[in-house]
Write a protein that binds this ligand. Structure first.
Ligand code: HEC
Ligand code: HEC
Length: 346
């Protein structure tokens, strides 16, 4: 009896995580971490790519950071990008529908800009292809920053430090194009990775809780998440109608861009990385918590026209739902570049 009991105890100690941590082990002779084979192309974030016509330089990032936080880019000089994509709210706005000029509610929720560098389309409906193109939208939008490009350009050119920095970074005076280029370059540094999940994927078994590991299994199988939230940034860069109330009626989503009936009520698949930091969720901010989000998927979404055939009841148990939430929490990353606030020139 005795040896059996002993090995049973040893096994349960191992299961309880009482083995030496992998760091200790790797300093000895034996264990080497082996990266896991993951489903759906999930895995560590590759380095961010910068477009050839807007290469990265540290001084451009610094300039873009100032512009991102500077309210003088708006008509009233009271709104900046950070008003709606605020680092304190996971680089989102922390409210359901976005609040625009004069406190009016906008039609959509302000998404996080975290990891937006990895998207092939910007906006919920994907109507902008690049961050450069995207950045011009809110500055001139009457309901967002409501500024005239020529007014902003003149204003910044009148601030000696800005005039100087634009000259150094671009070899020319302030222009609307260069404002957008600098902001886009800065946004490509607003990236979080190296989460518990990434460390686990790299072979550190202790980096994720047992519940999160079960959540990963569900995510990649029974819960179907992987069919859309795939790849290193947990997005297939495609558009789906997942039965959020009002999809296809109140908001036609991607259809407005393509006029293709298959796109009715479809929205861009957002990343699941850092979701624990970026509540509330969905294009209309109508889902407040990760628990509520799992309930939405478990019931297969609301009844809306043109809903994705993948949105079917999942029949998850209470424990399975909790495991999925734990897995999403394990996707919270750490900043991969400096995220300090700028000092603005006057
Ligand atoms: C008044 C609030 C507000 C301001 C100010 C604002 N945004 Fe946005 N932003 C939004 C909303 C709302 C959306 C989603 C709109 C849509 O998809 O139709 C959005 C979308 C985006 C996206 C797309 C992200 C994605 O996942 O598709 C990026 C990037 C972005 N904004 C960057 C910026 C930058 C840069 C600035 C400053 C130049 C800025 N925003 C100013 C509210 C705002
Ligand atoms: C059919 C494709 C599809 C499937 C399957 C799917 N999602 Fe989504 N997911 C999306 C789309 C599209 C959105 C945005 C929808 C909208 O705003 O109307 C989204 C939104 C989200 C968000 C909100 C992110 C944000 O910033 O607002 C999270 C988190 C999320 N999904 C996690 C999951 C999990 C977990 C599963 C599995 C239980 C799952 N998704 C299954 C396509 C999918």
């Amino acid at each position: 009896m005795k040896p059996i009991l002993y090995s049973f105890l040893a096994a349960s100690l191992l299961l309880a995580g009482c083995q030496p941590s992998s760091d200790q082990a790797s300093s000895g002779t034996s264990k080497q971490k082996v990266a896991r084979q993951l489903a759906g192309g999930l895995g560590p974030l590759p380095p961010v790519e910068h477009p050839v016509d807007n290469p990265m330089s540290p001084s451009k990032v610094e300039l873009g950071k100032m512009l991102y936080f500077d309210t003088r880019l708006s008509g009233t000089e009271r709104v900046s990008c950070a008003t709606c994509h605020n680092p304190s709210f996971g680089w989102g706005e922390g409210v359901g529908l976005s609040v625009g000029v004069g406190d009016q509610l906008l039609g959509r929720h302000s998404p996080t800009v975290l990891n937006s560098a990895y998207y092939t389309h910007q906006f919920w409906d994907g109507r902008a292809a690049t961050l450069e193109e995207q950045a011009k939208g809110p500055i001139t939008s009457p309901v967002e920053m409501n500024a005239k490009p020529e007014v902003v350009v003149k204003r910044l050119q009148g601030i000696p430090e800005y005039a100087d920095r634009f000259q150094k970074v671009f070899g020319e005076p302030v222009s609307f194009d260069n404002i957008a280029k600098a902001i886009a370059t800065y946004e490509r540094t607003i990236v979080r990775g190296n989460s518990s999940f990434d460390r686990w994927a790299a072979g550190d078994d202790a980096a994720m809780s047992e519940s999160a590991k079960r959540g990963y299994q569900l995510y990649t199988t029974k819960a179907l998440c992987i069919t859309c939230h795939s790849g290193p940034n947990f997005s297939d860069s495609k558009f789906h109608n997942i039965g959020v109330k009002g999809s296809g009626t109140a908001d036609k989503g991607r259809f407005d861009v393509t006029q293709n009936p298959q796109d009715l009520g479809a929205f861009k698949t957002p990343t699941v990385r850092n979701a624990a930091l970026t509540a509330p969720y969905m294009h209309d901010g109508s889902i407040a918590t990760l628990e509520e989000l799992v309930e939405h998927y478990d019931k297969g979404g609301e009844n809306v026209p043109n809903k994705s055939p993948l949105m079917v009841p999942l029949k998850l148990t209470v424990n399975e739902k909790a495991d999925l939430v734990e897995f999403m929490k394990a996707l919270t990353g750490e900043p991969l570049a400096d995220q300090s606030l700028p000092e603005l020139p006057y």
